[in-house]
Design a protein around this ligand. Structure first.
Ligand code: AMP
Length: 357
């Protein structure tokens, strides 16, 4: 079914991802309604409507569902109950099953393993004894990650040797966790895929990603040629995941490239920071194709428009350089309109297209 132009897309979450989705939706003639608990979220500044309510307010989400023609999300930490209240009133894409799997690092790794993918060695941990046993089995170094509510390196503690076990358990405050073996990777990359309700699938060139302190620092496209075999393997897995979930919208999967191939790190059932380069760098951006998919429109081509594209995040105080960045006439600057530049906060990004068009 095609959503008529002029219809309203509901977006749960009001951050920069919602902001860029709303801009892409407006270009196609749709209106956006943002749902977020914050007073003045970045997405609401560029959207037609804004509802300010908590992510766990079932009644408010049901009301919101009644006011939109289709709903999507740019934020993953919505509990199953409130989510079904929303899904009872509006078609919700990507499907709820994708969100529920990706919300929990353990079910995500189990799911990927079932489909033939390869995560880092892992073990479920919910007591100090289980942590001791998991470290004995997996070895150190390892990373203890909370199963839920972790992002940008939050909710994680490194265990370099057994002496760190106590501090790691305290750092996660006894939350249910997974322990992951430390992967000595050559590089990190992500797969960005968009699937339409018809099953039509589009893949962008896989960006190579560099993280600093657990947060994405920059992405480069295309990835180094040495990563091609791992990327091909990861793309095949991403297609399987999307088909298994009857997925609609953009799906992101993050991987480590190792000598043995692609090791799955995590997935996000949404548009992703490592795909921001596609706004100027691809014929159709991740945001536009996500809108097209959830509105039942044909997907746009995802080819690169130049041989090489880079995207640099502006984190915290980096954003104070925005005026200097603009002195490079080829820089595409995106600012998210956040007032406070707290350390670790994503404030904007810069995309550069390299080579002839
Ligand atoms: P995450 O939030 O789980 O994606 O972790 C953020 C970043 O920490 C990743 O992109 C990696 O750079 C690093 N990291 C996470 N898990 C592992 C692992 N098992 N082995 C090595 N590095 C990791």
């Amino acid at each position: 079914m095609t959503l008529a132009t002029g219809s309203t897309i509901g977006i749960v979450g009001g951050g920069q991802l919602g902001r860029m989705l709303a801009v892409a939706a407006a270009q196609l003639g749709y209106k956006c309604h943002i749902y977020a608990p914050d007073k003045a979220p970045p997405a609401a500044e560029v959207a037609a409507y804004f509802s300010r309510s908590a992510f766990d307010d079932e009644a408010a989400l049901a009301r919101f569902g009644g006011e939109v023609d289709v709903a999507t999300y740019e934020f993953e930490n919505i509990a199953a109950g409130p989510l079904s209240a929303l899904a009872d009133h509006a078609p919700l894409y990507p499907p709820r099953a994708a969100l529920e799997i990706a919300q929990d690092r353990l079910s995500e790794k189990d799911f990927i393993t079932r489909l033939g993918g390869r995560p880092a060695p892992y073990a479920a941990v919910s007591t100090p004894d289980e942590l001791d046993a998991a470290v004995a089995r997996i070895g150190a170094p390892a990373i203890l990650k909370t199963r839920r509510f972790g992002y940008d390196g939050k909710g994680q503690a490194r265990i370099m040797d057994t002496a760190d076990i106590g501090a790691a358990w305290e750092a996660v405050k006894g939350a249910p966790c997974v322990l992951e073996g430390f992967i000595r990777f050559d590089a990190e990359f992500s797969i960005l895929l968009c699937r339409a309700p018809s099953g039509e699938t589009a893949l962008w060139d896989a960006p190579e990603n560099v993280h600093a302190h657990g947060i994405l620092d920059h992405s480069s496209v295309p990835a180094a040629p040495a990563l091609r075999p791992a990327i091909a393997e990861a793309q095949a897995l991403a297609r399987k995941v999307a088909d298994a979930l009857d997925y609609v919208g953009v799906l992101t999967m993050e991987f480590f490239a190792t000598a043995e191939g692609a090791v799955f790190n995590e997935m996000a059932p949404r548009v992703h920071n490592s795909g921001h380069w596609s706004i100027e760098g691809a014929l159709t951006s991740q945001f536009e194709n996500h809108v097209r998919a959830i509105c039942g429109l044909p997907l746009g081509a995802t080819d690169l428009v130049v041989p090489e594209v880079t995207m640099q995040n502006l984190i915290g105080e980096d954003v104070t350089r925005w005026r200097d960045i603009l002195s490079d006439p080829a820089a595409h600057l995106h600012l998210y309109g956040k007032r406070q530049a707290r350390p670790g906060r994503k404030m904007g990004h810069v995309t550069r297209l390299i080579g002839p068009r």
